[in-house]
Ligand binder design. Structure first.
Ligand SMILES: O=C(O)C(=O)C[C@@H](O)[C@H](O)[C@H](O)COP(=O)(O)O
Length: 366
């Protein structure tokens, strides 16, 4: 892959369709992404870890515009309303008009918060995703889910607001810490686990290469996952049905993240443990075979992801957090479970006692 021939995957949404460009050197390929800016104003939202590495590269492409930057502190704990207000104040300070563009340069926290701020400013302005983490490249930058966390739960406030483009420069992965890289792999595994058994088998066969961050394996994993997700989003933009499957592992995972006050598990780590708990619950409900749970656990372990609930967590507290999940209806838990690898399903009215049993079992051994 190189800047002149990136992989392009389109998210097809009529007039709001957009490209996801995946390749090397894309942040510096100004001629490509600059065409997506319509007005005179741009605000780059980034964080204090990413900006020193990549802001200058993006800034060179903003020459001649009125632009400024706003930097968050790094980490999920900063995906807050208070920071949305600060981004909006930065847009006001810039004098941003309705044709302004917000550029999200960073991982999922930056992308979600910058996108939500763009959705709010003057009731919605453009934004461009420039993901610099594996997780953001394969998942959060695609599909237009934007939002912030509340103390009561993850992503409880937000909006569907699609970006104008996603610029995934895989050169930025060279500076990504290993723990963050592995967390991104969890969202790759998730895509395969939901609806693509051959991709799951490919991940098993390439687990060592992926764990070693082999360039070709990583590039292929990114493109396959993005292609899969783009298809789901195009069919069900606002999660009326199929898109909810992308939430496999998230009901448990979000509860684990919130219980740990966003400081114990990275999002992808929560999803890894959450997927395993969902697989165990599927098994317990007689929907799926134990062999599939074992296969999932082996793959996650090979990729260096956690598979256990962190010490000190309480099953009742986790269940209480799960009751606030956005997929629930009529006061009943609605979870993404699976029949087998590559065959996930939305299951409503899941008995809390069964969920508690899975949580107790996961917590008890220590
Ligand atoms: O794009 C989606 O749809 C997803 O559910 C992808 C998730 O991996 C992602 O973490 C998303 O932000 C979670 O959304 P939420 O609706 O569960 O808050």
């Amino acid at each position: 892959m190189n800047a002149s021939s990136p992989t392009t995957i389109d998210v097809t949404l009529g007039a709001r369709s957009y490209p996801v460009w995946i390749g090397r050197g894309l942040l510096g390929d100004h001629a490509r992404w600059r065409t997506m800016l319509r007005g005179r104003h741009a605000l780059v939202v980034s964080n204090t870890t990413v900006a020193p590495l990549y802001l200058e590269r993006v800034a060179q492409g903003l020459d001649g515009l009125d632009w400024s930057s706003f930097l968050l502190d790094d980490g999920e704990a900063h995906k807050s309303f208070a920071n949305v207000e600060r981004v909006l104040a930065a847009l006001a300070g810039l004098g941003a008009t309705r044709d302004a563009c917000v550029i999200a340069l960073g991982g999922g926290v930056v992308g979600d918060l910058a996108g939500f701020s763009a959705a709010c400013w003057m009731r919605g302005i453009d934004f461009i995703q420039m993901p610099t983490t594996l997780l953001a490249m394969v998942d959060s930058s695609v599909g237009g889910k934007t939002g912030v966390n509340l103390p009561a739960g993850k992503n409880l406030v937000g909006a569907f607001h699609q970006p104008r483009a996603v610029v995934a420069d895989i050169d930025t992965l060279t500076t990504l810490p290993v723990r963050e890289y592995r967390a991104g792999l969890a969202e790759v595994v998730k895509g395969a686990a939901i609806g693509d058994e051959p991709f799951f088998a490919w991940l098993e066969a390439h687990a060592d290469a992926l764990a070693a961050r082999d360039d070709d394996a990583v590039a292929e994993a990114i493109a396959r996952k993005v292609r899969y997700k783009a298809g789901v989003v195009a069919r069900d933009e606002t999660e009326q049905g199929e898109r909810a499957l992308l939430n496999l592992g998230h009901t448990f995972g979000h509860a684990l993240e919130t219980a740990g006050r966003y400081a114990t598990l990275l999002h992808g780590e929560g999803v890894a443990v959450g997927m395993l708990l969902a697989a165990r619950l599927s098994e317990r409900l007689g929907m799926a075979a134990a062999d599939d749970t074992a296969r999932l656990q082996r793959l996650l372990e090979k990729l260096g992801l956690p598979v256990a609930v962190p010490a000190g967590m309480d099953a009742q507290q986790l269940l209480a957090l799960m009751r606030l999940d956005k997929k629930n209806t009529a006061g009943k838990l609605r979870l993404i479970l699976w029949r087998s690898i590559g065959e996930a399903e939305i299951v409503g009215g899941v008995a809390e006692a069964q969920v508690l049993a899975v949580l107790h079992e996961a917590i008890a051994p220590r």
